[in-house]
Design a protein around this ligand. Sequence first.
Ligand SMILES: [Zn+2]
Length: 191
Amino acid sequence: MNDYDPKIPMLRQMLALSIVNKLDECGFDLLPNPRKDLQLSRPEIAERVYVRTVGDDDRMQVRVYTTVIGGMNGTPFEVRKEGKDAIRVCATYTTRDGKQRGITKETRVNRTGNIDDIVDRMYQRMRSAYKTAHSGERCNKCGAPKFTAKSGNKVCAEICWQTAEQKAKNEAEWKFKNAARRHRRPRYRRW
Ligand SMILES: [Zn+2]
C-alpha cells in the first residue's frame, strides 16, 4: 500500500475513516463536539475525541485525540492537513470534584507510513494505555488510581491526603500563578 501523503485530500479522508472505524470496532464513543457545546462558530474544525471506559470504573477512560475534523458544513471528513499534530492517546481519571487527570503518559502516533500501519500503531497505544490504567497502582486509602506528579512521585489522583480546604487554597494559588504567567507571555492558541 502507498505511503500516506497529507497533501492528497483522498488519503486524508481515507486515514480519517480508518481511524474512526477502528475506534468504533474497539467500542470507543465520540465525545460531543466541544465547539458546538460552547456555541462557538465553525464546529467543523473541532478535533474528534473518542473515549472508552476502563474496566467497570466510569471515572477511568482511555482517550484518543484523533486529529480528525470535518464531516459537516461543507468541510470534508478528514485528518488535519499538516503532520505536525500527532494522534494522541492517554488514560484519564475524573476526580470526585470533576477534574481530569492524566494517569498514563500521553503517547503520540505520527501520521507517517501507510494508513494501516498508522492505525495499527494507534491501536497498540490504545491497548497499552488501557492495560496500564487497568492494572495500575491504586491508592491504599481511597482506591483511586495513582499518577506521576511533577515531583516524579506516584500520588493518589484524588490527592486524598489533603482536606477540601487545602485543595481549594492550592488551586487558588495555582490559578493566580498561571494568570500571572499568561500576562507575561502570550500563549500560542490553535484557534
Ligand atoms: Zn487516595
